[in-house]
Design a protein around this ligand. Sequence first.
Ligand code: AMP
Ligand code: ZN
Length: 460
Amino acid sequence: MTSITLHNTKTRKKEALVPIKPGEVSMYVCGPTVYDRAHIGNARPVIVFDTLFRLLRHVYGADRVSYVRNFTDVDDKINARAAETGQSIREITDGTIALYLEDMDAVGALHPTHMPRATEYIQPMVDMTADLIEKGHAYEAEGHVLFAVESYADYGKFSGRSLDDMIAGSRVEVAPYKRNPMDFVLWKPSDADTPGWASPWGKGRPGWHIECSAMAHELLGESFDIHGGGNDLMFPHHENEIAQSKCAGHDFANIWMHNEMLQVEGKKMSKSLGNFFTVRDLLDQGVPGEVIRFVMLSTHYRKPMDWTEKKAKEAKQTLETWTLLTKDVEPSENLDAEFVSALANDLNTAGAISEMHKMKTEMRFADLKAAVSFLALTYQLDSIAEEVFDWIVDGLDVEPKIKKLILEMSEARVAKNYAKSDSIRDAFNAANLSVQFDADGGVTYKREEGFDPSKLEGLI
Ligand code: AMP
Ligand code: ZN
């Protein structure tokens, strides 16, 4: 069986994935707060963990992997959006979830095994909160329940912060009922206009962090293999999830994985900079979902990634070429070993893509087709650009070979080997390919009518 290694944020090391239950893998990934369409940054964790999900299914079997990704459908941002628009909360959350799945389907993401909505798990959150109070890790104050960070000796260890530094650095106005400024909310009171549920502490709603601890426990049990999310969630969200779950007596996650952030043209994405866009904006502009996915996978998930128009253009060209080259080819039954081992090495998607370029160069089109399909990059032929199509003859991309011949021709000229340069020139003429060497050293080449690359065969 392929051995998978993953970088564990908790230990800051790459570790072998050793499933808690032999032969089965469980994974929890923090999902979106559903009040607005997913922006392009939100698609990064989805695509990264979808690729890991596919790899896990490949290695362990499709029915041996449990993947949970939640929807946060109770949140003050949702309440604010409802007040702003006059829509009901349910309309907003249902509508946003449907759009989210539509957009993530378009970038090739499989549906996780479970997609729990926080509002369907209020009782487990209440139970866990009550348990934390009983165990002395939480306290009630003015209708709120707060987690007492001082009751957990390791608080801050996960994200590498000390409690004292955090307190010194906290600039937010601290609620007077907090015993420690870093204590965080497990439960808060709701007034008549805010969604609320009955609880031992009155009508209220859960804090954000308790959601994931309670849902992961309900769906995956006391302990599970992998917990993922963007690295903006490391603190406070994941630090708090760990504190709550550990104090409730759960082992919680073994391996923690975090994707780095996405930027746009070298800058942090923000509405004020005007470089903020959604996945739907890109799809509507005609950028295919596979292109979005390819650009995302071209950068390793632990590196910051820059979304640029240039990358999208290049990705489109690559996918078009690969699709044409593999058009009439049966995919290999087994995935290429080097390709899989790149993915199994801390999900090195950039390395896996390099292997695919190699397959293309070495004309291993059946392997390439299997890899393209495994990464969900299968592209629709009808959108293929004419000019790429024209260079493909009998399933072979002749352009790189022509470039190589031009290079040989120009080297022969420099070496004054006119016999060779002339023979290449003759072949170009016979193939109806015009090649011009410019005064500044550049070369232009163009297919003339009757272009027939088979005339180059002896040389290629
Ligand atoms: P949110 O709905 O803001 O909680 O975010 C949902 C997911 O998207 C989380 O896993 C975030 O870490 C992730 N995320 C948000 N912004 C970015 C970004 N610019 N780049 C990568 N991931 C992001
Ligand atoms: Zn979470």
